[in-house]
Write a protein that binds this ligand. Structure first.
Ligand SMILES: N[C@@H](CC(=O)c1ccccc1NC=O)C(=O)O
Length: 307
C-alpha cells in the first residue's frame, strides 16, 4: 500500500468510517495475510513465552526488579555475557492495547541484542482496568529514570515499544525529567506499529476497559503534543516503523507521527526521525521477528546503537 492511499494531509479519514470499519481498522489481528486472527494472537503469545523462557535460562538476569513501590512496578534486566556497567540499555514496552500482555512473555529481542553487547530491560506496567493511561505513562517514565539512576555510566538508553507500548515509548519524548531528578541518556526510540493519536480508540471496543475521555485521549496523544517539545539531545534518533500488512489506520498513525516529528523547524531543534515500512510483516510478525539476529529490524536497531 502506498502512503497516498491513507489520505491527504489534513484529512481525518477515521471520522468518516462506520463503527464497524473503525473497529476493524483498530483490530490488528484481522489484517495478517498468513494466519487467521486467533492463530496470529496465539503464535505471537507462544513466541513471546518461548523467547522469555530462553532468555531467563541462558542470560545473566535480574528479574522482577522494583522501579517503584507499586506491585506492578517491576522490570527484568538481561545482560550480555561480558560484565560491564558501561553498556547500551534497550528498554522494551510491550503492546496489548494497554489492557493485555506482560513483561513475562515479552523478552523477544533479548537473545540477539545481548549477544551483541546490549543490556535489555523488559518493563511491566499496570494495564487497564487496574491502571489508567496517565498512570501507565507515569510508570514508564519512572522506569526510564530508574535505569538511568541505577546505571549512570550507561552508553545510551534506547526505548522501544510495540503498538500500545510504542505509544508509551513515544510519550517519553514529552517527559518532564526534572521532576524525576535525572536526565536519562536517551539516544534512540524505536516505535513499532504504534498509536500516537488516541482519539479514534475512544470509539472502538478497546475503550470499554480504557474509559478514555476526550481530555484523556488528547493529553496522552504524542501526535498533538510533540511539536511543542525540544529534543534534549540533538543526536537522539527516532525510528517510526510499521508493518506492510498493518491496517491503513496504523499506517496513517505512523506516517503522520513521523511527519510531525520531521516537520520541526531548525530553531526549535529537530528530532532525527526516520520512517520505515517493513516488507512482508504484519502487526505481530514485526515484533516476533526481533527474536532473529538477521532480521532487518534487528539489524537496524544494532546499527543505530553501534553507529
Ligand atoms: N485484540 C487485539 C490484540 C492487539 O491489538 C494486540 C495484541 C498483542 C500485542 C499488541 C496488540 N495491539 C496493540 O497494542 C487484536 O485482536 O488484534
Amino acid at each position: 500500500m502506498a502512503i497516498s492511499d491513507v489520505g491527504l494531509p489534513g484529512e481525518v479519514p477515521w471520522k468518516k468510517m462506520s463503527a464497524e470499519e473503525l473497529e476493524s481498522q483498530y483490530c490488528p489481528s484481522q489484517w495478517g495475510v498468513r494466519l487467521r486472527a486467533e492463530e496470529a494472537l496465539r503464535t505471537y503469545s507462544q513466541i513471546g513465552i518461548e523467547a522469555t523462557r530462553r532468555a531467563r535460562a541462558t542470560r545473566k538476569s535480574l528479574l522482577h526488579v522494583p522501579y517503584g513501590d507499586g506491585e506492578g512496578e517491576k522490570l527484568d534486566i538481561y545482560f550480555p555475557d561480558e560484565a560491564a556497567e558501561a553498556l547500551p540499555f534497550f528498554l522494551f514496552f510491550h503492546g496489548g492495547y494497554w489492557q493485555s500482555g506482560s513483561k513475562d512473555e515479552s523478552a523477544f529481542m533479548v537473545d540477539p541484542l545481548t549477544a551483541q553487547g546490549v543490556a535489555v530491560v523488559i518493563v511491566a506496567y499496570d494495564i487497564a482496568p487496574k491502571g489508567t493511561l496517565d498512570q501507565m505513562v507515569d510508570q514508564v517514565t519512572r522506569s526510564v529514570a530508574f535505569v538511568q539512576k541505577r546505571y549512570p555510566s550507561n552508553e545510551g538508553i534506547y526505548l522501544c515499544g510495540h503498538s500500545a507500548g510504542a505509544h508509551l515509548a513515544a510519550m517519553m519524548l514529552l517527559a518532564n525529567w526534572t521532576k524525576h531528578g535525572v536526565t536519562p541518556n536517551l539516544k534512540g526510540f524505536f516505535l513499532m506499529s504504534g498509536v500516537f493519536d488516541l482519539e479514534p480508540i475512544m470509539y472502538t471496543s478497546q475503550n470499554i476497559a480504557l474509559q478514555l475521555t476526550l481530555e484523556d485521549a488528547q493529553r496522552n496523544s504524542p501526535q498533538l503534543k510533540v511539536a511543542q517539545v525540544q529534543p534534549v539531545d540533538p543526536t537522539c534518533r527516532v525510528l517510526v516503523v510499521v508493518g506492510q500488512f498493518d491496517s491503513p489506520e496504523f499506517h496513517r498513525q505512523s506516517w503522520e507521527f513521523y511527519q510531525v516529528l520531521s516537520a520541526q523547524t531548525l530553531c526549535q531543534g529537530e528530532w532525527k526521525a526516520s520512517f520505515e515500512q517493513l516488507h512482508d510483516v504484519d502487526h505481530f510478525e514485526i515484533v516476533e521477528n526481533l527474536t532473529q539476529k538477521d532480521n532487518v529490524l534487528t539489524q537496524i536497531i544494532l546499527k543505530t546503537i553501534f553507529q
